[in-house]
Design a protein around this ligand. Sequence first.
Ligand code: IPM
Ligand code: MG
Length: 369
Amino acid sequence: MANPSILILAGDGIGPEVMAEVKKIIGWFGDKRGIGFDVEDDLVGGSAYDVHGTPLTDATMAKAQAADAVLLGAVGGPKYDVLDFSVKPERGLLRLRKEMDLFSNLRPAQCFDALADFSSLKKEVVAGLDIMIVRELTSGVYFGEPRGIFPDNEGGRVGVNTQRYTTEEIRRVARSAFELARRRGNKVCSMEKANVMESGILWREEVQWVHDNEYPDVELSHMYADAGAMQLVRWPKQFDVIVTDNLFGDLLSDCAAMLTGSLGMLPSASLGAPTATGRPKALYEPVHGSAPDIAGQGKANPIACILSFAMALRYSFDLGEEATRVERAVEAVLADGARTADLMGPEGGVPVSTAEMGDLIVKALDASL
Ligand code: IPM
Ligand code: MG
């Protein structure tokens, strides 16, 4: 049987650097575990724009559709801020999400013991934290029509975006949250603004419907998203799985990310419906961005991207134990005290480089055999 295929879109800024470390891990699985992948590289974001004048070519889009999994680094950078909205690097990422129909975005926020001191919150609030934010990713205000900047009647302009959700869009992401909860703490908290938005009322009703009809065994609660943000920093361990819409999920997941001390630690998976292979359409990416200020200096933390590959092992390739092996290797390296620059506390120390961190994780994988 052919190896499963992975399309790597390293993108901009620190994307290529952190992805180079992921490639070491992928290579390790081929060499040491007999688990091979056919890897192909292509361009996305500003780096695609520089070559092709578009942040994602149709040919790359087709490759992403055909791949068993896509790994993405990061997109964007100040150099591209002046570009027209339609060709900004972010449009490449949004096109991938939309055309692959990756409606369920899994953003775990896990606090590694060795890093509990790094959070801006008290250690007891974050130690042992393990929550999962499920963000709807292909609809809502990111994609709703009408949208645009139009002239108004008084000689000024009006900017319009539309928050829009259908029954089925809400139900399918709710199902993915309930499925995950069953394999974790069996609790889902749904967040919206049903107090001010009709789309929020529908969201609440449909999530409740899916619960009552299909997942009555899972504990469900509802929260307004603003209160949810407050609870996330007050006592995050009250949550297991949080399900929310595209825009609230964008905000709440950044907020949850900081609970863990560093954005450089957090992976994500964006999943669609299962394909004929039984695998879901899937794209994996670190939650951090392209960090142009540190790009090319060997300072970036590759862990979020490596943990994103671990999520690919779990959710695309049914290799949950191998995913755990990668996660344990990361834990072991952190427990040994290795830190990239983003994880340097006030007391300082000597950071390891991006490549050194990758090598240490490979060593820890060796030690796991
Ligand atoms: C994210 C990012 C993206 C988003 C940007 C880069 C388009 O903030 O993945 O959270 O807003 O969805
Ligand atoms: Mg974001």
